[in-house]
Write a protein that binds this ligand. Structure first.
Ligand SMILES: [Cu+2]
Length: 283
């Protein structure tokens, strides 16, 4: 029995499981399928139970990802999930600087014999988007190592939220049947080239013992346009590296964000986003 089978069995015994990530990207009218993996490797338990709708190993713009949350903030999985590899014949999506990418989230529900695609459940915590320039003519072989990531957007509470119990934009954009999807504009002044885009959902409704849950997926883009801007070193961050458990926006993770008496730490509408400032590459 491998590690993942063991995790599934233990978790199944404890409660229903539903974790996930970006299933599709919509870019200028084209829908790109994501690349969740390892679902097809569960042998006697899950080998024939996959009904998640995405066949294994299709060429994709998305780096492979695994549905389980990342808890270890110092793990290499903080870069582009586990294992973050490109598919064979991986694709790059063409996107004009200034245009919008909409990511749609789903989760996977597990029993001992089935794997089913389901809706995204989490709704407490921020959404952050980073990009990294790929040094070659494509992103193949580039794994986002070092201080190469710059933040292009972050989303926290909705305007009507009275405190950190929300509602958060995660709920309206990602969660449930009526989720709008998560729109992100590529900075209009960004110079053309190959880039990884890294979507990150942080679930703050998590046991204090485990800390926040990170859901991270990367995809390959070919940015076009007439821009010539690129962020300076003060905007650059490493994953892993830039986050710590003591960061104010991460240290407040706990199940109490949703239940019981409102703790003082949640009684604010100012959420301290982790990571570097957002780079405003607009022209
Ligand atoms: Cu989850």
């Amino acid at each position: 029995m491998n590690f993942f089978d063991l995790v599934f069995i233990l978790s199944w015994a404890a409660s229903a499981i539903a974790h996930g990530g970006v299933y599709t990207y919509s870019i200028s009218g084209t829908l790109y399928q994501g690349n969740p993996w390892h679902i097809w490797d569960y042998g006697p338990f899950y080998g024939d139970g996959n009904s998640s709708g995405i066949p294994a190993g299709i060429p994709s713009i998305q780096r492979r990802w695994y549905f389980w949350p990342i808890y270890d903030i110092y793990s290499g999985n903080m870069t582009c999930n586990f294992d973050g590899a490109e598919t064979n014949n991986s694709l790059h999506a063409s996107v004009m600087a200034g245009s919008t990418i909409v990511a749609q989230y789903n989760a996977l529900n597990f029993t001992l014999t089935t794997v089913d695609k389901t809706i995204w459940y989490h709704q407490y915590g921020p959404l952050l988007v980073y990009m990294a320039h790929c040094p070659g003519s494509s992103c193949e072989g580039f794994h986002g190592t070092g201080a190469v990531w710059f933040k292009i957007a972050q989303y926290g509470l909705t305007s009507e939220a009275p405190n950190l119990r929300g509602p958060w934009l995660q709920a309206s954009m990602l969660t449930g049947e009526n989720a709008t999807g998560w729109p992100v504009s590529i900075p209009s002044g960004l110079r053309p080239g190959s880039y990884l885009i890294r979507h990150e959902v942080i679930n703050l409704q998590s046991s204090k013992d485990y800390g926040p849950q990170f859901y991270i997926e990367c995809a390959q883009l070919k940015v076009e346009g007439k821009g010539s801007m690129f962020p300076g070193a003060e905007y650059m961050a490493s994953f892993p590296g830039v986050y710590n458990y003591s960061d104010p926006g991460l240290a407040l993770a706990g199940l109490e964000i949703s239940d019981g008496d409102l703790l003082p730490v949640y009684n604010t509408t100012i959420y301290p986003f982790p990571g570097p400032p957002v780079w405003d590459g607009e022209i």
